[in-house]
Ligand binder design. Structure first.
Ligand SMILES: Cc1ncc(COP(=O)(O)O)c(C=O)c1O
Length: 416
Protein backbone atom coordinates (compact mmCIF):
# COMPACT_ATOMS: atom_id res chain seq x y z
CA UNK A 1 0.00 0.00 0.00
CA UNK A 2 1.30 3.44 -0.89
CA UNK A 3 2.01 6.00 1.81
CA UNK A 4 -0.61 8.37 0.37
CA UNK A 5 -3.24 5.62 0.71
CA UNK A 6 -2.17 4.91 4.26
CA UNK A 7 -2.57 8.55 5.16
CA UNK A 8 -6.06 8.56 3.71
CA UNK A 9 -6.99 5.50 5.76
CA UNK A 10 -5.45 6.90 8.90
CA UNK A 11 -7.41 10.10 8.44
CA UNK A 12 -10.67 8.20 8.19
CA UNK A 13 -9.96 5.66 10.92
CA UNK A 14 -7.47 7.17 13.37
CA UNK A 15 -8.01 4.49 16.05
CA UNK A 16 -7.55 1.50 13.76
CA UNK A 17 -4.87 -0.66 15.35
CA UNK A 18 -4.60 -2.89 12.28
CA UNK A 19 -3.30 -0.12 10.02
CA UNK A 20 0.40 -0.49 9.31
CA UNK A 21 2.33 2.13 11.28
CA UNK A 22 2.85 5.50 9.61
CA UNK A 23 6.45 6.64 9.56
CA UNK A 24 5.59 10.27 10.14
CA UNK A 25 2.84 10.52 12.70
CA UNK A 26 2.48 14.28 12.34
CA UNK A 27 1.08 13.78 8.85
CA UNK A 28 -1.74 11.55 10.03
CA UNK A 29 -5.06 13.33 9.98
CA UNK A 30 -3.87 16.09 7.70
CA UNK A 31 -5.31 14.49 4.58
CA UNK A 32 -8.81 13.21 4.11
CA UNK A 33 -10.33 10.91 1.54
CA UNK A 34 -13.34 13.20 1.37
CA UNK A 35 -13.59 16.98 1.41
CA UNK A 36 -15.71 18.75 3.98
CA UNK A 37 -19.29 17.56 3.42
CA UNK A 38 -21.33 19.61 1.02
CA UNK A 39 -24.31 19.16 -1.25
CA UNK A 40 -23.07 20.64 -4.52
CA UNK A 41 -22.11 18.64 -7.59
CA UNK A 42 -18.39 19.29 -7.01
CA UNK A 43 -18.66 17.54 -3.66
CA UNK A 44 -20.52 14.58 -5.13
CA UNK A 45 -17.99 14.35 -7.95
CA UNK A 46 -15.29 13.98 -5.30
CA UNK A 47 -17.37 11.30 -3.57
CA UNK A 48 -17.71 9.50 -6.88
CA UNK A 49 -13.93 9.46 -7.25
CA UNK A 50 -13.76 7.23 -4.16
CA UNK A 51 -15.21 4.33 -6.18
CA UNK A 52 -13.83 1.98 -8.80
CA UNK A 53 -16.96 2.15 -10.99
CA UNK A 54 -15.75 3.33 -14.39
CA UNK A 55 -17.24 1.44 -17.27
CA UNK A 56 -20.94 2.10 -17.15
CA UNK A 57 -23.90 3.25 -15.11
CA UNK A 58 -24.40 1.16 -11.99
CA UNK A 59 -28.01 1.28 -10.84
CA UNK A 60 -28.34 -1.94 -8.91
CA UNK A 61 -27.31 -1.04 -5.38
CA UNK A 62 -30.53 -2.80 -4.34
CA UNK A 63 -28.67 -6.05 -4.98
CA UNK A 64 -25.29 -4.95 -3.67
CA UNK A 65 -23.35 -1.75 -3.30
CA UNK A 66 -19.91 -0.89 -4.69
CA UNK A 67 -17.20 -0.57 -2.03
CA UNK A 68 -15.58 2.83 -1.60
CA UNK A 69 -11.84 2.48 -2.21
CA UNK A 70 -10.92 3.37 1.41
CA UNK A 71 -13.18 0.53 2.58
CA UNK A 72 -11.61 -1.92 0.16
CA UNK A 73 -8.14 -0.81 1.27
CA UNK A 74 -8.97 -1.17 4.96
CA UNK A 75 -10.21 -4.70 4.35
CA UNK A 76 -7.21 -5.56 2.24
CA UNK A 77 -4.70 -4.06 4.72
CA UNK A 78 -6.19 -6.10 7.55
CA UNK A 79 -6.21 -9.26 5.50
CA UNK A 80 -2.59 -8.81 4.46
CA UNK A 81 -1.43 -8.05 7.99
CA UNK A 82 -3.32 -11.05 9.31
CA UNK A 83 -1.65 -13.42 6.88
CA UNK A 84 1.80 -12.38 8.07
CA UNK A 85 0.75 -14.37 11.16
CA UNK A 86 3.00 -12.28 13.40
CA UNK A 87 1.20 -9.00 12.82
CA UNK A 88 -2.29 -10.10 13.67
CA UNK A 89 -4.24 -7.63 15.77
CA UNK A 90 -7.48 -8.80 17.33
CA UNK A 91 -10.44 -6.91 15.91
CA UNK A 92 -12.53 -5.07 18.47
CA UNK A 93 -15.99 -6.27 17.51
CA UNK A 94 -17.53 -4.36 20.41
CA UNK A 95 -16.27 -1.08 18.99
CA UNK A 96 -17.97 -1.87 15.69
CA UNK A 97 -21.14 -2.90 17.52
CA UNK A 98 -21.19 0.49 19.27
CA UNK A 99 -20.57 2.40 16.02
CA UNK A 100 -23.24 0.47 14.17
CA UNK A 101 -25.64 0.91 17.09
CA UNK A 102 -25.20 4.67 16.96
CA UNK A 103 -25.77 4.67 13.21
CA UNK A 104 -28.94 2.56 13.15
CA UNK A 105 -30.47 3.70 16.43
CA UNK A 106 -30.30 0.55 18.55
CA UNK A 107 -28.64 -0.28 21.88
CA UNK A 108 -25.35 -2.08 21.14
CA UNK A 109 -26.33 -5.18 23.10
CA UNK A 110 -29.36 -5.72 20.84
CA UNK A 111 -27.23 -6.26 17.73
CA UNK A 112 -25.80 -9.50 16.37
CA UNK A 113 -23.53 -9.75 13.35
CA UNK A 114 -24.74 -12.00 10.55
CA UNK A 115 -23.75 -12.50 6.93
CA UNK A 116 -26.84 -10.84 5.52
CA UNK A 117 -30.62 -10.37 5.78
CA UNK A 118 -31.31 -13.95 4.73
CA UNK A 119 -29.34 -15.25 7.68
CA UNK A 120 -30.92 -12.76 10.11
CA UNK A 121 -34.44 -13.70 8.99
CA UNK A 122 -33.57 -17.38 9.42
CA UNK A 123 -32.21 -16.79 12.92
CA UNK A 124 -35.57 -15.29 13.86
CA UNK A 125 -37.88 -17.72 12.05
CA UNK A 126 -36.04 -20.74 13.40
CA UNK A 127 -35.49 -19.30 16.86
CA UNK A 128 -39.12 -18.52 17.76
CA UNK A 129 -41.30 -21.08 19.51
CA UNK A 130 -44.22 -21.20 17.09
CA UNK A 131 -46.92 -23.87 17.26
CA UNK A 132 -48.86 -25.83 14.62
CA UNK A 133 -51.66 -23.63 13.30
CA UNK A 134 -49.91 -20.34 14.10
CA UNK A 135 -50.18 -17.97 11.15
CA UNK A 136 -47.40 -15.94 9.57
CA UNK A 137 -48.59 -13.01 7.47
CA UNK A 138 -46.59 -11.60 4.58
CA UNK A 139 -47.22 -10.12 1.14
CA UNK A 140 -46.99 -11.80 -2.25
CA UNK A 141 -44.01 -9.53 -3.04
CA UNK A 142 -41.42 -10.87 -0.59
CA UNK A 143 -37.80 -11.45 -1.49
CA UNK A 144 -36.78 -15.10 -1.15
CA UNK A 145 -34.31 -13.95 1.52
CA UNK A 146 -37.20 -12.93 3.74
CA UNK A 147 -39.78 -15.52 2.71
CA UNK A 148 -38.15 -18.94 2.52
CA UNK A 149 -37.28 -19.10 6.23
CA UNK A 150 -41.04 -18.96 6.94
CA UNK A 151 -41.76 -21.59 4.29
CA UNK A 152 -39.29 -23.90 6.00
CA UNK A 153 -40.67 -23.51 9.52
CA UNK A 154 -44.23 -23.73 8.17
CA UNK A 155 -43.43 -27.03 6.43
CA UNK A 156 -41.62 -28.38 9.44
CA UNK A 157 -43.94 -27.31 12.24
CA UNK A 158 -47.35 -27.09 10.58
CA UNK A 159 -47.63 -23.30 10.54
CA UNK A 160 -49.92 -21.42 8.18
CA UNK A 161 -48.37 -18.97 5.71
CA UNK A 162 -50.76 -16.32 4.41
CA UNK A 163 -49.69 -14.00 1.60
CA UNK A 164 -51.71 -11.06 0.33
CA UNK A 165 -51.05 -8.76 -2.64
CA UNK A 166 -49.89 -5.31 -1.56
CA UNK A 167 -51.38 -2.26 -3.32
CA UNK A 168 -49.23 -1.37 -6.36
CA UNK A 169 -48.49 1.42 -6.89
CA UNK A 170 -48.95 2.08 -3.18
CA UNK A 171 -51.34 5.07 -3.10
CA UNK A 172 -50.82 6.07 0.54
CA UNK A 173 -49.45 4.99 3.88
CA UNK A 174 -53.02 4.32 5.03
CA UNK A 175 -53.59 1.94 2.12
CA UNK A 176 -50.44 -0.01 2.99
CA UNK A 177 -51.35 -0.10 6.66
CA UNK A 178 -54.89 -1.29 5.99
CA UNK A 179 -53.70 -3.93 3.55
CA UNK A 180 -51.87 -5.53 6.48
CA UNK A 181 -54.39 -5.06 9.24
CA UNK A 182 -57.33 -6.28 7.13
CA UNK A 183 -55.56 -9.63 6.65
CA UNK A 184 -54.81 -10.28 10.31
CA UNK A 185 -56.89 -13.08 11.83
CA UNK A 186 -57.23 -14.73 15.24
CA UNK A 187 -54.31 -17.11 14.57
CA UNK A 188 -51.88 -14.47 13.25
CA UNK A 189 -48.72 -14.62 15.34
CA UNK A 190 -46.16 -12.90 13.10
CA UNK A 191 -46.12 -10.04 10.58
CA UNK A 192 -43.04 -10.36 8.37
CA UNK A 193 -42.67 -6.89 6.86
CA UNK A 194 -40.20 -5.54 4.35
CA UNK A 195 -39.28 -2.03 5.45
CA UNK A 196 -38.65 -1.18 1.79
CA UNK A 197 -40.16 -3.46 -0.87
CA UNK A 198 -37.45 -5.01 -3.04
CA UNK A 199 -39.93 -4.97 -5.95
CA UNK A 200 -41.07 -1.34 -6.02
CA UNK A 201 -38.99 0.46 -3.39
CA UNK A 202 -42.17 1.46 -1.51
CA UNK A 203 -41.54 2.32 2.15
CA UNK A 204 -43.91 0.53 4.52
CA UNK A 205 -45.33 2.05 7.73
CA UNK A 206 -43.27 -0.15 10.05
CA UNK A 207 -43.64 2.07 13.11
CA UNK A 208 -47.41 2.17 12.84
CA UNK A 209 -47.73 -1.54 12.09
CA UNK A 210 -45.41 -2.49 14.95
CA UNK A 211 -47.44 -0.45 17.46
CA UNK A 212 -50.69 -1.93 16.15
CA UNK A 213 -49.30 -5.48 16.29
CA UNK A 214 -47.80 -5.04 19.75
CA UNK A 215 -51.19 -4.10 21.19
CA UNK A 216 -52.49 -7.44 19.90
CA UNK A 217 -49.54 -9.58 21.00
CA UNK A 218 -48.39 -10.11 17.38
CA UNK A 219 -44.65 -10.33 16.67
CA UNK A 220 -43.17 -8.00 14.02
CA UNK A 221 -40.15 -9.20 12.06
CA UNK A 222 -38.75 -6.59 9.69
CA UNK A 223 -36.83 -7.52 6.57
CA UNK A 224 -34.75 -4.35 6.57
CA UNK A 225 -32.38 -5.32 3.76
CA UNK A 226 -32.36 -1.84 2.24
CA UNK A 227 -32.68 1.07 4.68
CA UNK A 228 -29.26 1.19 6.41
CA UNK A 229 -27.12 3.47 4.28
CA UNK A 230 -30.15 4.66 2.29
CA UNK A 231 -32.54 6.12 4.88
CA UNK A 232 -31.61 7.73 8.18
CA UNK A 233 -32.69 5.02 10.59
CA UNK A 234 -33.74 4.72 14.22
CA UNK A 235 -34.58 1.06 14.66
CA UNK A 236 -35.55 1.04 18.30
CA UNK A 237 -38.08 3.80 17.80
CA UNK A 238 -39.79 1.70 15.11
CA UNK A 239 -40.94 -0.57 17.93
CA UNK A 240 -40.50 -3.81 15.98
CA UNK A 241 -39.38 -7.05 17.60
CA UNK A 242 -36.67 -7.93 15.07
CA UNK A 243 -34.90 -6.14 12.22
CA UNK A 244 -32.60 -8.02 9.82
CA UNK A 245 -30.37 -6.19 7.35
CA UNK A 246 -27.67 -6.35 4.68
CA UNK A 247 -25.23 -3.44 4.99
CA UNK A 248 -23.43 -4.82 1.96
CA UNK A 249 -26.12 -3.05 -0.04
CA UNK A 250 -26.64 0.65 0.70
CA UNK A 251 -24.13 1.04 3.52
CA UNK A 252 -21.44 -0.05 1.04
CA UNK A 253 -19.93 -2.60 3.40
CA UNK A 254 -18.18 -5.75 2.13
CA UNK A 255 -20.35 -8.60 0.87
CA UNK A 256 -20.92 -10.87 3.83
CA UNK A 257 -21.73 -8.01 6.23
CA UNK A 258 -25.10 -8.29 7.94
CA UNK A 259 -26.74 -7.54 11.25
CA UNK A 260 -29.78 -8.52 13.23
CA UNK A 261 -31.53 -6.35 15.79
CA UNK A 262 -33.20 -8.34 18.57
CA UNK A 263 -35.39 -6.15 20.76
CA UNK A 264 -34.54 -6.24 24.48
CA UNK A 265 -37.56 -8.37 25.40
CA UNK A 266 -36.46 -11.12 23.00
CA UNK A 267 -32.76 -11.28 23.85
CA UNK A 268 -33.30 -14.00 26.47
CA UNK A 269 -36.08 -15.83 24.65
CA UNK A 270 -34.93 -16.30 21.06
CA UNK A 271 -33.10 -19.57 20.33
CA UNK A 272 -29.78 -19.06 18.52
CA UNK A 273 -29.61 -20.71 15.11
CA UNK A 274 -26.01 -21.76 15.60
CA UNK A 275 -24.77 -22.99 18.95
CA UNK A 276 -21.18 -22.57 20.09
CA UNK A 277 -19.49 -21.54 23.33
CA UNK A 278 -21.79 -19.22 25.27
CA UNK A 279 -24.95 -20.08 23.33
CA UNK A 280 -26.87 -20.27 26.64
CA UNK A 281 -25.10 -17.44 28.45
CA UNK A 282 -27.86 -14.84 28.57
CA UNK A 283 -25.46 -12.20 29.89
CA UNK A 284 -23.93 -12.09 26.39
CA UNK A 285 -27.12 -10.48 24.99
CA UNK A 286 -26.87 -9.99 21.20
CA UNK A 287 -23.35 -11.38 21.20
CA UNK A 288 -24.87 -14.79 22.02
CA UNK A 289 -26.18 -14.94 18.46
CA UNK A 290 -22.90 -14.37 16.70
CA UNK A 291 -20.74 -17.01 18.31
CA UNK A 292 -20.68 -18.89 15.03
CA UNK A 293 -17.14 -20.26 14.96
CA UNK A 294 -14.13 -18.70 13.25
CA UNK A 295 -15.01 -15.90 10.93
CA UNK A 296 -13.30 -13.44 8.65
CA UNK A 297 -12.49 -10.38 10.77
CA UNK A 298 -11.22 -8.54 7.71
CA UNK A 299 -14.83 -8.28 6.56
CA UNK A 300 -15.74 -6.68 9.87
CA UNK A 301 -12.84 -4.27 9.45
CA UNK A 302 -14.30 -3.36 6.07
CA UNK A 303 -17.73 -3.05 7.67
CA UNK A 304 -16.28 -0.63 10.24
CA UNK A 305 -14.59 1.35 7.48
CA UNK A 306 -17.92 1.55 5.63
CA UNK A 307 -19.59 2.96 8.75
CA UNK A 308 -16.76 5.51 8.96
CA UNK A 309 -17.13 6.41 5.29
CA UNK A 310 -20.88 6.82 5.62
CA UNK A 311 -20.52 8.95 8.76
CA UNK A 312 -17.96 11.17 7.05
CA UNK A 313 -20.75 12.15 4.63
CA UNK A 314 -23.66 11.95 7.09
CA UNK A 315 -26.86 9.89 7.00
CA UNK A 316 -29.14 12.83 6.27
CA UNK A 317 -27.00 14.00 3.38
CA UNK A 318 -26.77 10.47 1.94
CA UNK A 319 -30.53 10.03 2.17
CA UNK A 320 -31.18 13.41 0.54
CA UNK A 321 -28.87 12.56 -2.32
CA UNK A 322 -30.14 9.02 -2.94
CA UNK A 323 -33.80 9.98 -2.74
CA UNK A 324 -33.24 13.23 -4.63
CA UNK A 325 -31.79 11.31 -7.57
CA UNK A 326 -34.69 8.85 -7.35
CA UNK A 327 -37.17 11.73 -7.49
CA UNK A 328 -35.47 13.03 -10.63
CA UNK A 329 -35.55 9.54 -12.11
CA UNK A 330 -39.19 9.04 -11.19
CA UNK A 331 -40.22 12.34 -12.78
CA UNK A 332 -38.21 11.59 -15.93
CA UNK A 333 -39.71 8.12 -16.34
CA UNK A 334 -43.28 9.32 -15.76
CA UNK A 335 -42.83 11.81 -18.61
CA UNK A 336 -42.00 9.02 -21.11
CA UNK A 337 -44.93 7.75 -23.21
CA UNK A 338 -45.45 4.02 -22.74
CA UNK A 339 -43.67 3.89 -19.38
CA UNK A 340 -45.66 2.97 -16.26
CA UNK A 341 -43.93 3.59 -12.94
CA UNK A 342 -45.01 1.05 -10.31
CA UNK A 343 -43.21 2.75 -7.43
CA UNK A 344 -45.32 5.10 -5.32
CA UNK A 345 -45.94 8.60 -6.60
CA UNK A 346 -46.05 10.02 -3.06
CA UNK A 347 -42.52 11.25 -2.21
CA UNK A 348 -42.77 10.07 1.42
CA UNK A 349 -43.37 6.48 0.26
CA UNK A 350 -40.70 6.49 -2.42
CA UNK A 351 -37.19 5.31 -1.48
CA UNK A 352 -34.11 5.25 -3.69
CA UNK A 353 -35.38 2.42 -5.91
CA UNK A 354 -37.74 3.14 -8.79
CA UNK A 355 -39.44 0.34 -10.74
CA UNK A 356 -41.37 0.54 -13.98
CA UNK A 357 -42.90 -1.36 -16.88
CA UNK A 358 -42.76 -0.45 -20.57
CA UNK A 359 -45.64 -1.18 -22.97
CA UNK A 360 -44.83 -4.10 -25.23
CA UNK A 361 -41.42 -4.81 -23.67
CA UNK A 362 -40.61 -7.48 -21.13
CA UNK A 363 -38.43 -6.72 -18.14
CA UNK A 364 -35.80 -9.09 -19.50
CA UNK A 365 -35.75 -7.18 -22.79
CA UNK A 366 -35.39 -3.92 -20.89
CA UNK A 367 -32.48 -5.32 -18.89
CA UNK A 368 -30.73 -6.52 -22.05
CA UNK A 369 -31.37 -3.32 -24.00
CA UNK A 370 -30.14 -1.05 -21.22
CA UNK A 371 -27.04 -3.20 -20.87
CA UNK A 372 -26.39 -2.94 -24.58
CA UNK A 373 -27.01 0.82 -24.69
CA UNK A 374 -25.20 1.92 -21.50
CA UNK A 375 -24.08 -0.37 -20.24
CA UNK A 376 -26.55 0.24 -17.46
CA UNK A 377 -26.71 -2.32 -14.70
CA UNK A 378 -30.31 -2.73 -13.51
CA UNK A 379 -32.38 -5.38 -11.71
CA UNK A 380 -35.10 -7.27 -13.50
CA UNK A 381 -37.80 -8.06 -10.95
CA UNK A 382 -39.28 -11.26 -12.36
CA UNK A 383 -40.36 -12.93 -9.14
CA UNK A 384 -43.96 -13.98 -8.49
CA UNK A 385 -45.11 -13.17 -12.04
CA UNK A 386 -43.93 -9.58 -11.79
CA UNK A 387 -42.06 -8.10 -14.73
CA UNK A 388 -40.53 -4.85 -13.54
CA UNK A 389 -37.27 -3.09 -14.23
CA UNK A 390 -35.78 -1.66 -11.05
CA UNK A 391 -33.26 1.20 -10.87
CA UNK A 392 -31.39 2.15 -7.69
CA UNK A 393 -29.81 5.56 -7.15
CA UNK A 394 -26.92 5.94 -4.71
CA UNK A 395 -24.25 8.51 -3.89
CA UNK A 396 -22.06 7.36 -6.76
CA UNK A 397 -24.80 8.07 -9.28
CA UNK A 398 -25.15 11.49 -10.85
CA UNK A 399 -27.99 13.63 -12.24
CA UNK A 400 -26.40 13.19 -15.65
CA UNK A 401 -26.54 9.40 -15.37
CA UNK A 402 -30.17 9.61 -14.31
CA UNK A 403 -31.01 11.76 -17.31
CA UNK A 404 -29.15 9.46 -19.68
CA UNK A 405 -30.96 6.39 -18.38
CA UNK A 406 -34.33 8.16 -18.66
CA UNK A 407 -33.41 9.01 -22.26
CA UNK A 408 -32.54 5.38 -23.01
CA UNK A 409 -35.77 4.08 -21.48
CA UNK A 410 -37.72 6.65 -23.49
CA UNK A 411 -35.96 5.62 -26.68
CA UNK A 412 -36.66 1.91 -26.08
CA UNK A 413 -40.31 2.69 -25.32
CA UNK A 414 -40.60 4.71 -28.57
CA UNK A 415 -38.66 2.54 -30.95
CA UNK A 416 -38.49 -0.92 -29.44
C1 LIG B 1 -36.08 -7.05 0.65
C2 LIG B 1 -34.94 -8.02 0.59
N1 LIG B 1 -34.84 -8.95 1.53
C3 LIG B 1 -33.83 -9.84 1.57
C4 LIG B 1 -32.85 -9.80 0.61
C5 LIG B 1 -31.74 -10.79 0.68
O1 LIG B 1 -30.56 -10.11 0.96
P1 LIG B 1 -29.22 -10.93 1.22
O2 LIG B 1 -28.95 -11.70 -0.03
O3 LIG B 1 -28.21 -9.89 1.50
O4 LIG B 1 -29.49 -11.83 2.37
C6 LIG B 1 -32.91 -8.86 -0.41
C7 LIG B 1 -31.88 -8.84 -1.46
O5 LIG B 1 -31.91 -8.15 -2.42
C8 LIG B 1 -33.99 -7.96 -0.43
O6 LIG B 1 -34.10 -7.03 -1.39
Amino acid sequence: MRRRDLLRLAALFPAAAWLPRLGHAAEAGTTSALPRPGDDEAYWAEVRRQFLITDGIFMNTGTWGALPVPVLEALEAHMRAFETVFHQTPFDVHALRAQLAALVGAPPETLAFTRNTTEGMNVVARGLDLRPGDEILLTTQEHVGGRCCWELVAARHGLVLTQFPPPVPAPSEDALFEAWTSHVGPKTRVLSIQHVFFSTGAIQPVRRLSAWARERGIITVVDGAHPPGMLALDIQSLGCDFYASSPHKWLLAPKGSGFLYISPEWLDRLWPLIASGGWDDLALKGDRFDHVGTRNDSLLVGFQAAVGFHNAIGSDRVERRCRGLATRLDAGLRAQPGVRVVSPAAPELRSAMVSFEVDGRTGTEMQQRLWAMGPVRVRHVGEDNLDYTRLSTHIYNTPDEVDRVVGMVGEIARTG
